[in-house]
Design a protein around this ligand. Structure first.
Ligand code: SF4
Length: 907
């Protein structure tokens, strides 16, 4: 494999979104953009990309880029400075605070989007040279419970299996994972196994997500009861003679204690059903499937990890695999799906506060080994503060300097209002970023450092199956953007540590990272990439994706771990863990009768700073919403398509209501992606309780007690503009990037006159206008060079104009006279039938078009694909196509039954 595909003249790189780690081919164009396709040679995706990866080319613009270092001046404004001044300032202020208050008074908050080399240098500087372990990362919010569970069971943070297991398994159990939306390319791989080999799929989740659409069995358990389910499974395996006694005897310890605890939690199928809220036959079916299928992979993700009992859940799952010896064998393993593109790389370098470096911890021998390797003058000797505790320490004034790199904690942390408020207390608040503005930047940064973005930076990332891939640069960095490893090294030099940070390239850093992994290792530690420690620059440039471990002298990596034992605890055994009796941290109350679950949607990533600039990705679900079960909707008086206020003990949001039977009674679901940068009242992190798991420190994002109440707006509407707008105060709004500009969906209670004067203030008075003040309708547009410059549609909900139709007109370079005349009708005109909200983001096919095709006889996703091409590229929308078909079937069955009843009455 080469860095550049010679036929396409495309650079081989890796997708910057989820932990699948798909290979990407990027061909730069003359406008600073690039054509994007999947890399057929990459073993994570074999050429496939999901909707997010396919749209990467739309995210490379420089509109909102931070291009130069900035420092807050005495007048309070941010001013451009030279790099040397910015670096001197950061180093001087860090040195001053460390000297005055000690190393515990400073912290780095890193990101799973960083490259491994960037992570390595940041971690080395803080833990080896400043002398504090206050280095944590947003990966704490993503998979820390899996790390803690692995370490408790295996003695190391080892993922035992690999993606090939998903092809070879006969049973795939997905728990707490909406892989259809969050790991789409891997999910398609699982479906291919089901289609080709007949593998069965079990989905376990309180929500009936699109992942459940293809399941042979769906278990919609009560929130927080995953541990009980897998304790019940362990008991069932024991009672039905399904144990691998040799494996337990030879390679494990702690089995009896774990079994005794499991019996006390869920000692039978009936007890499991009672504990989980599942039907007994469903529990029995699942247990039987698991028992009778040697090749079983259990995949888990944020639904398991993001929990105040996340580590116990992970260990309850691992216990069942250890008990049956189904670990590290083809098609048989527990498998943690990581959320972020380089959460695994961060774990490898030690970028979590409770790790030191290279899968070594804070034991005296590890501390001594790393100290000698780094020649570190002031190595940290104990764990630092994990993310939630780090921000609590900032709020108490104990941490006085914080450097945030490539993440947006003011949005993503639990109790996000408190986290954001804490930032105001910092004496020094440094941010390395791509964007000029986000909620964290706007929370009062003192120094902004322009970092290179995807497509510009160069280094490595590691995906969920331990495969290290190159992210390569294919664009010139704009302005004065620099690599993060360079920024940290320059600060280190100014702090007096130049000899240890004399890196000239990402390849230099990678070689040192690889050498540390192999240092005094000899098979004692799982993470070892010593075979790569002497790569030349050319070899690093051309490096093909490679799994670890690949030990010194080896040419082939080890694909799986633990089939024959060989664990990394001192006794070389795996440890069964007896989980605590599962209990959610808080009960619902009369005032907070529901539980709020948070998560992701298919086409957006994190806080949308990248995916949010793609018009294609904004079309699927453009507005922040809360999903509610129909019975709860009736109970609390909220209606589908209306608005509701969701309140917890920590904050409140106002969201659109989506009533859905996929949601469990008593539960709400809201996506995490919106922030104050792109919506008025949808920063869902502000609702989430800051309860954390005692072992992993990972917060509980899935079960905050909450209440919901209807919120009425008289007017709905939308505005489209070539530039970003500031809407009037008190308006509910959400911004979405559209072809040619920006769209704002809004709702409001003020009178129409306010909208008219607002539009004149932003678009001038040369407007085409339609007013029906009696009917509460106002529509207007300004034009320039034959195209719409700005337009505004306001009215009652039933008469606010068709957003999809007007968006198409807005995207046109020039409108015909007819189109101009018809524009303010806000309705479909010749050749512009509304396609409805986009379901297939790759091909741009809307829900209305798909429903029309279904009504005309398309009865399968394949038939829809043949007619409309929807679902034929990345496949991410296929579950939704199937859902629309199923809904149409239900409707038509209801209509048939209605007809029969009517006929019965007539007779
Ligand atoms: S599945 Fe999608 S988001 Fe994840 S790495 Fe692949 S293309 Fe990127």
């Amino acid at each position: 494999m080469t860095a550049v595909d010679p036929a396409l003249r495309a650079t081989r790189t890796t997708c910057p979104y989820c932990g699948v780690g798909c290979g990407v081919l990027a061909t730069p164009d003359s406008d600073g953009g690039a054509a994007i396709s999947g890399d057929p040679g990459h073993p994570a995706n074999f050429g496939r990309l999901c909707s997010k990866g396919s749209a990467l080319g739309e995210t490379l613009g420089l509109e909102d880029r931070l291009l130069y270092p900035m420092i807050r001046c005495s007048k309070g404004t941010m001013e451009r400075v030279a790099w040397t001044d910015a670096l001197d300032h950061v180093a001087h202020r860090f040195a001053h605070i460390v000297k005055r208050d000690g190393p515990g008074a400073v912290a780095f908050y890193l990101s799973g989007q960083m490259l491994t080399e960037d992570y390595y240098v940041a971690n080395k500087l803080m833990k080896g040279f400043i002398g504090s372990a206050n280095v944590d990362t947003n990966s704490r919010l993503c998979m820390a419970s899996s790390v803690a569970g692995h370490r408790r069971a295996f003695g190391a943070d080892t993922v035992p299996g690999c993606y090939e297991d998903l092809d070879e398994a006969d049973l795939l159990v997905l728990i707490g994972s909406n892989a259809a939306w969050c790991h789409p390319v891997l999910f398609q791989r699982m479906l291919a196994n089901k289609q080709k080999r007949g593998a069965r799929i079990v989905v376990i989740d309180p929500r009936r997500t699109d992942t459940a659409g293809d399941a042979d069995l769906f278990l919609g358990l009560k929130p927080g009861t995953d541990t009980a389910l897998f304790c019940g499974l362990l008991v069932h395996l024991v009672d039905n003679g399904a144990l691998d006694h040799d494996y337990i005897e030879s390679h494990t310890s702690g089995f009896e204690a774990a079994l005794a605890r499991a019996r006390s939690i869920a000692g039978s199928v009936g007890a499991t059903a009672l504990a989980t809220g599942l039907a007994e036959p469903d529990v029995a079916d699942f247990f039987q499937m698991f028992r009778n299928t040697p090749r079983v992979v259990t995949l888990y993700s944020q639904g398991v990890n993001q929990s105040a009992q996340g580590t116990d859940k992970v260990n309850a799952i691992i216990n069942c695999h250890l008990a049956t010896g189904r670990i590290g064998k083809p098609g048989a393993s527990p498998f943690s799906l990581t959320g972020q593109p380089n959460a695994m790389g961060g774990r490898e370098v030690g970028g979590l506060a409770n790790q030191l470096a290279a899968h070594m911890g804070f034991t005296p021998p590890d501390i001594d080994r790393v100290r000698r390797f780094w020649k570190a003058p002031r190595i940290a000797t104990h764990e630092g503060l994990k993310a939630v505790q780090m921000f609590e320490a900032i709020a108490r004034g104990e941490i006085k300097a914080l450097w945030v790199i490539g993440t947006n904690p003011a949005v993503s942390l639990p109790d996000a209002d408190a986290a954001r408020a804490s930032l105001k207390k910092l004496e020094l608040f440094v941010i390395s970023e791509n964007v000029r503005s986000n909620d964290t930047v706007n929370a009062g940064a003192h120094v902004l450092l322009p970092a290179q973005a995807w497509g510009e930076k160069s280094g490595t990332v590691t995906n969920s199956e331990r495969r290290i891939s190159r992210q390569r640069a294919f664009l010139n960095p704009p302005g004065e953007a620099r690599p993060d490893w360079w920024i940290f090294s320059e600060v280190a030099k100014r702090l007096g540590f130049g000899a240890a940070f004399d890196f000239g390239s990402a390849a230099d850093v990678f070689r040192e990272h690889a050498a540390l992994s192999a240092f005094e290792n000899e098979g004692a530690r799982d993470f070892d990439i010593g075979a790569l420690k002497s790569l030349s620059d050319e070899a690093f440039d051309a490096m093909a994706p490679v799994q670890w471990p690949i030990r010194p002298g080896e040419t082939q990596p080890q694909q799986r771990f633990f089939a024959e034992g060989g664990f990394f605890a001192n006794d070389h055994k795996a440890h069964f863990i007896a989980p605590e009796i599962p209990a959610l941290r808080t009960e619902t109350t009369a005032g907070r009768p529901l539980r709020l679950n948070t998560g992701r949607i298919r086409d957006q990533w994190h806080t949308m700073t990248r995916t949010g600039v793609s018009p294609r990705l904004g079309q699927h679900l453009p507005e922040p919403f809360v999903e509610v079960h129909p019975d709860d909707a009736i109970r609390f008086g909220v209606a589908d398509g209306g608005f509701a206020r969701v309140v917890t003990d920590y904050g409140q949001c106002t969201l659109k209501v989506a009533v859905s039977e996929r949601q469990q009674r008593g539960m709400l679901f809201a996506p995490i992606h919106w922030s104050e940068a792109n919506a008025s009242a949808a920063r869902v992190g502000a609702l989430v309780a800051p309860f954390t798991d005692p072992f992993s420190g990972q917060p509980e994002n899935k079960a905050t007690p909450a209440s919901i109440m209807p919120y009425e707006y008289v007017f709905r509407g939308f505005a489209l503009s070539r530039t970003q707008l500031e809407l009037p105060p008190q308006v509910w709004w959400a911004r979405v990037t559209v072809a040619g500009g920006f769209g704002y969906l809004f709702a409001d209670n003020a009178d129409l006159a306010r909208w008219q004067s607002w539009l004149r203030s932003v678009a001038g008075s040369d407007l085409a206008e339609y007013r029906d003040l009696g009917g509460g309708v106002y529509r207007a547009a300004s034009f320039g060079e034959g195209r719409i410059e700005t337009c505004l549609f306001v009215g009652p909900a039933r008469d606010a104009g068709d957003w999809d139709v007007v968006k198409q007109l807005f995207a046109a370079d020039a409108l015909s006279d007819d189109q101009r005349r018809m524009l303010l009708s806000g309705k479909s005109i010749d050749g512009l039938a509304s396609a409805g909200p986009i379901v297939c983001a790759c091909v741009g096919v809307g829900r209305t078009t798909i429903c029309d095709a279904i009504a005309a006889g398309a009865g399968t996703a394949a038939e829809i694909g043949a007619q409309l091409k929807a679902g034929t590229n990345c496949g991410s929308c296929i579950p939704e196509l199937k859902r629309l078909i199923a809904q149409a079937d239900v409707k038509s069955a209801r209509a048939d039954s209605g007809q029969r009843q009517l006929a019965g009455v007539a007779h």
